[in-house]
Design a binder for this molecule. Sequence first.
Ligand code: UT7
Length: 358
Amino acid sequence: MRKNSERVQTYGNPIIKNIILEVITLMLKKARIIGTGSAVPQRILTNKELEDIVDTSDKWITRRTGIKERRICSKKLGESTTVLARQACLNAMEMAGVSPQSIDMIVIGTVTSDRMFPSTACMVQEALEIEDIPAFDVSAGCSGFIFALTVANNAIRCGTSKRILVAGVERLSSIVNWEDRGTCVLLADGAGAVVLDSTTEEEGILSTHIKSDGTAGKLLYSADGNPYTPEILQDILDKKPFHLKMDGHRLFKRAINCLTSIAKEAMEHNSLSSKDIALVVPHQANIRIIQGLAKNLRIPMEKIYTNIEKYGNTSSASIPIAMDEANRKGLIMSGGYALLVTFGAGLTWASAILKWSI
Ligand code: UT7
C-alpha cells in the first residue's frame, strides 16, 4: 500500500503538499478497537431462585428467553454502575497496553447512572484520575453502546480526539419491579468497554448506523425521573414504585424487524454479504429474537455470539460484554468482519461493522 506522502509526491510546492497530505490523512482517519474489557457483579441470581420471588419457572424462562442466570449488583460488596464501568475500562486499557492518562475522551452508554448527575462518565473519569478531558453519557436504552461508539468514532474521524474509552454499563436491578415477572426475569447488571484509537489503515470501525422512533417510546420506559406526565403522577397517587415498564410482546416482532433492517443496511453500506461476516455480536435480549435475526440474515447461529444464558439482558452493556468474551476466546480473527447490532428503549436501534484489528 502506498504511503500518504508518496501519493502527493507529484506536487512540488511544500506548503500545498503539506495541506494535501493533511486533508488525505483526515479523509483516511478511522477509529479502531485496541482493547476490550468487561466486569460483572459477583452475585449470580438463578432462574430457580426467581421461582421463589415471582410466579415463574426455570422451564418457562429458559424456553421463552434462553436465560439461565444473571448477575446482580450487591450493595454489601460495594458494586455500582460506576464501579463496574471503572473495572471494565481498566480491563480494556490493560489489554490495549495504554494508561488512563493517555485517554482524551470518555463516552458511556447507560440509563442507570448511580446519580441523576453528574454523569457516569464523569464519575469514571474521577475514579481513573484523568484530568481535563470531555466525559459524558449517552442515553439510548439498549442501543447505548453503539450510539456512544458512533459519537466516539466521529470524534476520532474528524480529528478532535485520538484515544477514547467507550463503555456500556447498566445496573437494571435498581429499576426493575421485582413483582413483575414479565421483566424481572430478563434484566440484569454488567459493564463492557473498549479503547478506541485512531488509524489511517483500512481497518477498525467501517460504519455505524443509528436510528430512533420516539413515537413508540411507551413500549419500554422507566417512570423514574421528573414526575410530570399524567401516568407518573398517577403512579405517585397509587403509591406504586417508579419502575421500568415493558410491553414485551409488542416489542418482540419490532425488535426482529429493526435488527434485521439495520444489519442489512450496514452490510449494504460496506458492500458486504452475510457470508462475509465472521461474527455477529447482537444485543442479548432474547435468544428467540437472536434466532429470528439469524434466520432473516441467513447467518448460521454458529457465527452469532450469544451469552444470554449467563447474563440475561444487560441493556447497553450486553454487546461490549459479549464482544470482550468473544475477543478473549479468539473468536474474532484479525482482518475479519464483525457486525454489531442492537435494539432497545426509545425506541432505538443501531448497527456497526468492524474490520477487526487487535
Ligand atoms: O432489550 C430490548 C427490548 N426488549 C425486548 O426486545 C424484549 C422483547 N420481548 C420478549 O423478549 C418477550 O416478549 C418476553 C420474554 C418479554 C415475553 O415472552 P413472550 O413469549 O412474548 O410471552 P408473552 O408476553 O406473550 O406472555 C405469554 C404468557 C402470558 O401468560 P398468558 O396470558 O398466556 O396466561 C404471560 O403472563 O407467559 C406469561 N409470562 C410468564 N410466565 C412465566 C410472562 N412472563 C412470564 C414468566 N414466567 N416470567
